[in-house]
Write a protein of this length. Structure first.
Length: 258
């Protein structure tokens, strides 16, 4: 009888133990969506703008936060290997020195928020989660001297191209829990998958993160040329040579007539 009672006590306590191991349930979750899942890049593509909208959901036992919520949205483009070179002066001439490679660095990186990041949370939290240009996960290959100098140069180049930026006014809180943001994509974005991370903060603490994404793809004539170049490179090369020869021949005839 005692043995049966002990088993019943263990079985009764087991769910509570499992809950403790799994960790507490999240009080807030985010439901978000992007206006377009596919961005088509055609010959006349000059950039576009997507709309992200979402809602912060609370469970029944959670009361409202005293100071409300902050929303931070990160958009990361497909990775690419980037090389940064230091200019060296040799005999009065500036030449490229040894390069430092950043493998699989985001080709596009935007941080959208409802106010400046430094007002939303401290550097310890942002660094741990890799949020913001200062802390985004961009790793250098090897062990070069002064890697931060090269990293800063990389950020400067990407910012000048309009591919890295932060906008502290891009997220609009429509209500305490409803928000909307506009994602600006310039004309020089790369094709591939784009990752979106939506973070919700309150009182400087990160409460929850949800992930979604979209694709940028070539469409129309550009897609046909791209597929031909990658699937049938020999045919693509011959067609390019023939086209170049034809244009040169036609140009020579026109100039002779003039």
């Amino acid at each position: 009888m005692r043995r049966l009672a002990a088993i019943l006590i263990v079985l009764t306590a087991l769910p509570a133990v499992l809950v403790g191991i799994a960790g507490p349930a999240r009080a807030e979750t985010v439901v978000a969506a992007v206006s377009d899942k596919i961005v088509e890049i055609r010959s006349n593509f000059v950039g576009t703008e997507l709309t992200l909208f979402g809602s912060i959901e609370r469970d029944g036992a959670t009361v409202g936060r005293a100071h409300g919520y902050d929303v931070v949205i990160e958009i990361l483009g497909p990775g690419e290997d980037l090389v940064v070179r230091r200019k060296n002066r040799v005999m009065g001439i500036w030449v490229n020195g040894a390069g430092v490679t950043f493998p699989s660095a985001p080709s596009y990186y935007a941080v959208l928020s409802d106010r400046p990041l430094e007002d939303i949370s401290g550097p310890a939290v942002l660094r741990r989660k890799g949020i913001g240009e200062r802390f985004v996960d961009i790793r250098v290959a090897g062990e070069p001297a002064d890697p931060e100098t090269y990293r800063t140069a990389l950020l400067d180049v990407k910012e000048s191209e309009g591919l890295y930026f932060a906008d502290p006014d891009a997220v609009e809180m429509l209500t305490e829990r409803l928000f909307i943001a506009h994602i600006k994509l310039p004309a020089n974005i790369r094709t591939g998958g784009y990752r979106v991370r939506v973070h919700v903060f309150a009182g400087g603490a990160l409460l929850t993160t949800t992930r979604l994404g979209f694709w940028a793809v070539k469409s129309g004539f550009e897609e046909a040329v791209y597929d031909l170049a990658h699937q049938r490179p020999l045919v693509y090369g011959l067609a390019t040579v023939i086209m170049a020869f034809s244009v040169g021949w036609l140009g020579s005839i026109l100039f002779q007539r003039n």
